[in-house]
Design a protein around this ligand. Sequence first.
Ligand SMILES: N[C@@H](CCC(=O)N[C@@H](CS)C(=O)NCC(=O)O)C(=O)O
Length: 212
Amino acid sequence: MIKLYAYNTINSLKVLMVLLETGLEHEFIPLNIRQGEQHSPEFRALNPVGKVPVIVDGDLVLAESNAILLYLAQKAEWGLGQSADDAAQINFWLFYQASSQSPYFGQVEYWSAIAKKPNPDALAQYKAIAHKSIAYLNDELEGRNYLYGDDYSIADIALFPWINDYGHLGLSLEDAPNVARWWKAVKARPATSKACRFFDDRSVFKTKKPTE
Ligand SMILES: N[C@@H](CCC(=O)N[C@@H](CS)C(=O)NCC(=O)O)C(=O)O
């Protein structure tokens, strides 16, 4: 049984989406990062940098959401295409997500909702970069349903959670109709809506951010 240590976060959502898509048996262990549970010695023994998500599967302890996505996809033989070339292209999206989506969307969240001192220039700059990333996805999704190939894959799952937060981040999909269509299709999947509901329905995830 795979144990998932996670909280109501972008990176945790990705992992839960894969677990629910694949039907891999798992136990969700909420780790309240708003109350500092990531700093406990027990959790630091699993992940010395004190961040979720982490999975434990037998002797394997693994952090970094996209590494977890890859591991789970290989284990379930799902979501990685049909060939080594497909897997390489899907891997491209995992690296793109970690290096070119997450850092910039994360900065938009920081400057719009977390920073104690507002910085309109920083917010405008990171929103502009996030919108460029959305425009790039829009081009890539022209004439196709998913980010790579004909089938839904872990590439779509990796990129979905930040896009799903576009409204909360003050971003727009108005000029990105292909992204809006893709976002709606991914959101409508039973596994995605179950994963999102899981976080919405549980009081353990309702702890406010320190700034709220
Ligand atoms: N690159 C990591 C990022 C993990 C991460 O930043 N986790 C945040 C929540 S999204 C966390 O646990 N923060 C707690 C802390 O930094 O104290 C991944 O993709 O898993």
